[in-house]
Write a protein that binds this ligand. Structure first.
Ligand SMILES: C[S@@+](CC[C@H](N)C(=O)[O-])C[C@H]1O[C@@H](n2cnc3c(N)ncnc32)[C@H](O)[C@@H]1O
Length: 351
């Protein structure tokens, strides 16, 4: 077999980039945890200045800064020996309220990778692994990664894309956020729609405890409540609006969950299903976004579904056709793609 040297070199080039990215995940988590990006956003600094500013060891910091400069996450000026952030680097790495704040994604990745030995065993045994069994970085990284996207899209485009929902929320509606995790989406909606009442549910007790704490901090105690409940049996009837954010595919029995949503909705209610962006065919998902989602799905979503009853294992890239089957087989008569972003598909289902 003759190797094509050019193809081999191209592939090895990709490998170096990928290996750098893999260890870089840890670098970003360190930078975020120690406030290094935020400090650097204040202006150009030498490693000694940044060390003094952040109470860190200069030698460690210099090594970290060098890794960041080599990776394009920080800018280095060889003349002054100063490191700095461009506007774009600061926007994505130092500003937690930016719609593209990235460090949470790496916290999620690092947390998920802690499960690799167990998931490798699961390839042989077929055993599942519940969301609750993962490293804490998974829960907090997920919230930190998803919240900016929700803040940027939910009120401005996702909810307005649904028939009549925005008006109901403005007037005063009963809303359930199912599989709410740490409650980022619930809290954002509650702040935007002060006349409505919000109920967040998730089967994971630690996530619900953290969501309650966030609601208390935000002063939303009376209008937002969080309770531990699986999606197939969350309490309450006649909800005007039920939302699921990036979790239907994680469930073992998404059809059962959909059936329960159908029974819990007001006859004129709406179910919004936010899912990772995906095309129906594997060949159309073979791109950088698909790579991210299939990898997270191998470590998190598929094992989570496998750990629950039925264990349908839709995976994070199930696509619209499969989702339509799930939702309509549960008794919803109307289903459509309401809108999308490069990372998410937003479906509207109505009884
Ligand atoms: C990827 S996280 C998304 C969390 C949150 N919706 C968000 O967007 O930040 C998936 C969530 O689904 C929850 N989950 C998985 N299976 C569930 C089930 N059967 N019932 C309720 N929640 C479930 C997990 O505990 C986890 O919080």
């Amino acid at each position: 077999m003759a190797l094509d040297a050019e193809k081999l070199n191209t592939f090895l080039g990709q490998f170096v980039t990928d290996l750098g990215a893999a260890v870089h995940a840890g670098m970003v988590v360190i930078g975020e945890r120690l406030g290094l990006y935020k400090a650097l956003a204040g202006g150009p600094m030498t490693s000694s200045e940044l060390a003094a500013n952040t109470g860190t060891d200069e030698r460690y910091l210099r090594e970290w800064l060098s890794s960041q400069a080599a990776g394009g996450y920080i800018t280095y000026d060889a003349g002054s020996h100063k490191f700095s952030l461009t506007e774009e680097q600061a926007f994505t790495l130092a500003r937690e309220d930016s719609p593209a704040y990235l460090p949470g994604a790496f916290q999620l990745a690092l947390g998920a990778l802690a499960a690799v030995p167990r998931i490798a065993d699961s390839f042989r045994s077929g055993a599942g692994m519940g969301w609750h069994e993962h490293d804490d970085g998974v829960f907090h990284g997920c919230e930190k990664f998803f919240r900016p996207g929700y803040a940027a899209n939910l009120m401005s485009s996702w909810i307005p894309a649904l028939h009549g929902v925005k008006e109901k929320l403005e007037t005063g509606a009963r809303v359930a956020d199912v599989g709410c995790g740490l409650g980022a989406s619930t809290i954002l909606m509650a702040k935007a729609f002060p006349n409505s009442r919000f109920f967040g549910f998730d089967y994971h007790d630690k996530s619900i405890a953290a969501a309650r704490e966030s609601a208390r901090r935000e002063g939303l105690d009376g209008r937002v409540s969080f309770d531990v409940s699986p999606a197939k049996s969350f309490p309450g009837k006649d909800y005007d609006f039920v939302a699921v954010f990036d979790c239907l595919h994680d469930m073992g029995d998404p059809v059962g969950a959909a059936r329960h949503v159908r029974q819990s909705l007001h006859p004129d209610g709406t179910w919004m299903i936010v899912e990772p962006f995906a095309n129906d065919q594997l060949k159309d998902n073979l791109n950088p976004v698909g790579r991210v989602y299939y990898s997270f799905s191998t470590l998190l979503c598929t094992p989570c579904s496998r750990s629950q009853e039925v264990g349908l294992c839709l995976g994070a890239q199930s696509g619209e056709s499969r989702m339509r089957e799930v939702v309509t087989s549960a008794g919803f008569s109307r289903f459509r793609r309401a809108t999308e972003t490069p990372f998410n598909l937003v479906y509207e289902a109505r009884p």
